[in-house]
Structure formats: C-alpha cells, structure tokens
Design a binder for this molecule. Structure first.
Ligand code: SAH
Length: 340
C-alpha cells in the first residue's frame, strides 16, 4: 500500500478523479498535509467524511521515527528509524540565508567511494518517496520552523534512485505544499552519466552538483569506482550537454585529501578540466572519520589550492564547515549508532 506522502500532486489528483471526486479536492488535501501539517484526516474540513474514510483505507499514514537528535551551534543531526528498522540520517544547517536540510536517498550506498563513510555499508534498498519527504516534515515539526533549502547529499546516490528522487523533488517544490523553491534545492551525484542526461528533461530548475574529487581518471579511479564506468571524458561531456540544454550552472564538489588530490599540479589540472564550463567549484575540507585512512589537507594547502584556481579564473569557494563535532559527515551518525 502506498503511503500518503508517496504521491505527487498529479498522482493525488488522478486518484481523486478516478474515485469520482474533483481534482481541486486533491490540491486541498495536499495543502492540509504539507502547509497546514495536519496530524489526522479529521482536521480536513473541506472534504466529505465518507471520502476521507476512503482515503484512510487506500493509503498508509505511517511515519518514519525520529530517534536521535544531536545539536550543535548551527547544525543538528537527525537519526531516523524506518519501519523495517533500518536507519538513515539527515542534517539541518543554519545558514545566513535560511535553514537547509541534507536528506538521505538510500539505505546504504553501492558507489563505494573510498573516503566516504556511507559506502562502507552496501545498499540495502532505495528510500521510498515518503521516507525522503518525511525527513523534511519531521525536522520542520521538531524545530517548529520552515525549511527553505534542501540538499540531497546524505546517505545514498540519488541518481541510483531516480524515480523516487524526482517524485520527492516535485512534492517538496509544490507551491501549495512545502513550497521549497527549485533553485533552493540541490541534488548531488557521484557522476552517473545516463541519469545526468535524463535529468536535463526534468522540468524543475533544480541545482546539480557533481562529486568530482579528482582532476584525472588515475586519481579518480582510486577514489570513486564509478569513474571506471563513466570516465571523466564522458562525465564532462554529459555535464556540458546538461548546461547547454538547461542553461544552468553546475557545482563541482572537490574534497581536499592530504597527499591524494591536493597538489599544485592537481589544482592546475582541475583548472584546465573545467575551463569554459559554466560552473563553480566547492572545495570541501575533508571530515575525517575513524574508520577510513584519509586525512584532511592542512589549511595552508587548502588556501594554496584555492589561490591557484582563482588565478586561473575559476569560480571557487571553500565550503563552510558544519558538524565536525557531531559526526555530521555522510553516514557517520548511523555508523556510530550501529556500533553501539
Ligand atoms: N552520492 C552523492 C551524494 C551523497 S555524498 C554524491 O556522491 O554526490 C555528498 C557529498 O559529501 C559528496 O560530495 C561526498 O563525496 C561528500 N563526502 C562524503 N564523505 C565525506 C567526508 N568524510 N568529508 C567531506 N565530504 C564527504
């Protein structure tokens, strides 16, 4: 049985029409669910009781469970338990421009990136649409505030769960619901080329971020197995196509790992690789984890890398750091919990 939070507005409208009701009632229900945030259908005042009973029978209203919140100054980490007792996490970040939530898209991850905690556990399953939507709903409920920004950068590879991802994006963007602006939503991928191409047809103006992490195939192959399937040449070609079709700027994420990808030569190669591409590069100081052997580049090296890119006219920023104290890097809270 589908969960009520699995349905896009369009799907809900189809349901209403199929059951002999009116399309506009679907929009009303959507509004009650996401803007008014009702706790039960009895609070819906604009739809007949009989029909509400029918909805109650046709859909599940189960919720994922919030089991741990760790709070720091401007970041909170949420651990959720799913109905099958699996765990996923989300992170809430307080920016000067608003509140942003980093959501998970899968239980475990099959991409196997060498530096990433999430990938230590193979994919168990994709998240259902409602399990992604409810991460945001439950955080809004817990904080009693409105979330303005969403990044799909938690556990999992969103483009390995494409159909559910795109439904999730439609639901949270819907104007009469959570109304999170498409330009305030970012999807991050390790570089699954066919899905980047497919995403060019997705109608919303969502930001795309690419986890690049290396300026050549040799280093990238060591860090990210996906690179053997889609080498940089194919990835860059797909990104150029994406930019040409959507007219949007992409973000490249580049974690700086000491003595792995942080040399002057790497910086020069990277500048050359992205030359002429409408993009900016987000340099990420590595969040060290106990279980993996990578180290963060020191600050001098980070600044040197940054300066080389700047000098070569690349748009570059260094990511503001959140949550190194509260194990907020991908997969770290789940790992901690399961080691308990
Ligand atoms: N699978 C997607 C989204 C999840 S990872 C992707 O690969 O983009 C989100 C980002 O966090 C990626 O850029 C990932 O490489 C990065 N990341 C993973 N572990 C990290 C760590 N310990 N420190 C800093 N960034 C990390």
């Amino acid at each position: 049985m589908k969960n009520i939070n699995d349905l896009t507005l369009k799907e809900l409208e189809e349901y209403f029409i199929n059951k002999g009701s009116k399309k506009f009632h679907a929009l009303q229900l959507f509004n009650f669910l996401y803007e008014k945030k009702i706790k039960s259908l009895t609070e819906v005042t604009t739809i007949k009781k009989d029909f509400l009973d029918q909805i109650e029978k046709d859909f599940s209203f189960n919720k994922i469970k919030l089991i741990i919140v760790e709070k720091d100054k401007d970041v909170s980490k949420y651990l959720f338990e799913l109905q099958d007792k699996e765990h996923i996490e989300a992170v809430l970040m307080q920016h000067d421009y608003g509140l942003s939530v980093c959501v998970s898209s899968q239980v475990g991850c099959n991409m196997g990136c060498a530096f990433c905690e999430s990938g230590r556990r193979k994919k168990v399953r994709n998240l259902e649409v409602y399990e992604m939507v409810q991460q945001i709903l439950l955080i809004e409920e817990e904080t009693k505030t409105r979330i303005s920004h969403v990044v799909v950068m938690g556990i999992g590879e969103p483009f390995d769960n494409y159909e559910n991802l795109t439904k999730f994006l439609s639901i949270i963007n819907e104007a009469k619901g959570l109304a999170i602006g498409a330009r305030h939503i970012t999807v991050s991928t390790c570089g699954i080329v066919p899905k980047i191409l497919e995403f060019t047809n997705f109608p919303l103006q969502i930001n795309l971020a690419i986890s690049l992490h290396a300026p050549n195939d040799e280093i990238r192959n060591k860090l990210m197995p996906i690179s053997k399937v889609y080498p940089l040449k194919d990835l860059i070609e797909a990104i150029k196509f994406y930019i040409e079709k959507t007219n949007r700027r992409v973000t490249f994420e580049y974690i700086l790992l000491k003595d792995v990808n942080d040399s002057t030569e790497c910086a020069l190669q990277l500048a050359k690789l992205v030359k002429g591409i409408n993009c900016y590069i987000n340099l990420i100081p590595y969040n060290e984890t106990n279980n993996l052997n990578f180290m963060r580049s020191n600050t001098v090296q980070i600044m040197r890398f940054y300066d080389i890119l700047k000098k070569n006219n690349v748009n570059v920023t260094i990511r503001k750091e959140f949550g190194s104290k509260i194990s907020a890097a991908c997969g770290q809270l789940r790992s901690k919990k399961e080691e308990l």
